[in-house]
Design a protein. Sequence first.
Length: 140
Amino acid sequence: MKLRVADEDEPGINLTPMVDVVFNLLVFFMLATTFAERERLLDLELPFASATNTRAPEPRELVINVARDGAVWIDGRSLQGEELTQVLSEAAARDARTLVTIRGDRRGYYDEIVRVLDVCMQAGLENVSLGALTDGQSSR
């Protein structure tokens, strides 16, 4: 009669590192969708640009959305005239190097974008850029 010798340890797969990775990915995607929410507040179609700036944005950023009809939005608020000047002047007083991105609808009126750019310069904001998409990005 043949006796069976018991194996010391059966080989197994440790799932703990895989579970950790899955939870990290879950947290990452939850945070990424939260930060992308302000980008989807308005239905803007951004123009395309072939050159891109790959450096990471600075922590303080002010995003100004200019809608097709010329309405100006900052952080979900519609601002016109003196309100816009006031908000931009306050941002410049806090830090003149605050990154300002003007995102204008590509089918909107360009004079409204230039007016917002002019108000930024008058307020003393030094770091102003125009938002555009590269070839591989979606406009929504």
